[in-house]
Design a protein around this ligand. Structure first.
Ligand SMILES: NC(=O)c1ccc[n+]([C@@H]2O[C@H](COP(=O)([O-])OP(=O)(O)OC[C@H]3O[C@@H](n4cnc5c(N)ncnc54)[C@H](OP(=O)(O)O)[C@@H]3O)[C@@H](O)[C@H]2O)c1
Length: 132
């Protein structure tokens, strides 16, 4: 018995697109260089950043072209922003082959986790259900 995807299946729709990754915090440091490395290997990277102007300058500084990457706004301190990002990403029609959860600030000397004010009262971990 053989199986094959129908011509309208998601697999066949994505067959002609390059592998896609979302990299959060792609506007500097590890996220920016991960983006550069992935695009050099043929991936399309969605740079998920809260400061799009900064992200655009960062991409230009590394010669990452608009064809290799796209910018989508996200502030990971806001669930509303995360949901907006997810809707915008789904609307692109791109597959999601890798999700690089990089964005954060590195503050090893903090005694307790620093959370945005809006999340302090009803904080819960972000899981896949958060996006559904
Ligand atoms: N550097 C180290 O020694 C070290 C050590 C251990 C772990 N890490 C971890 O490695 C990751 C990258 O570190 P890095 O040194 O590359 O840091 P970085 O250069 O400061 O980059 C952090 C990135 O995360 C973004 N970001 C922060 N908060 C965000 C939010 N609420 N919503 C959206 N984006 C947000 C920043 O955006 P903006 O540009 O808008 O601020 C920036 O693009 C972090 O998770 C860090 O904790 C780093």
């Amino acid at each position: 018995m053989t199986t094959r995807a129908s011509s309208t299946s998601p697999e066949s729709c994505h067959a002609t697109l390059p592998l896609s990754a979302i990299v959060t915090g792609a506007s500097s440091g590890v996220g920016l260089y991960a983006t550069k490395s992935l695009t050099e290997r043929g991936w399309h990277v969605v740079m998920a950043c809260r400061d799009l102007a900064k992200a655009q300058r960062a991409a230009a500084s590394q010669n990452i072209s608009d064809a290799q990457s796209s910018l989508l706004e996200i502030d990971l301190g806001s669930q509303q922003s995360v949901r907006h990002f997810v809707a915008a990403f789904v609307a692109t029609g791109r597959p999601l082959n890798a999700l690089v959860c990089n964005a954060a600030t590195y503050q090893p000397l903090l005694k307790t986790p620093a959370r945005p004010k809006a999340m302090r009262s009803a904080w819960r971990p972000i899981t896949w259900d958060t996006f559904c």
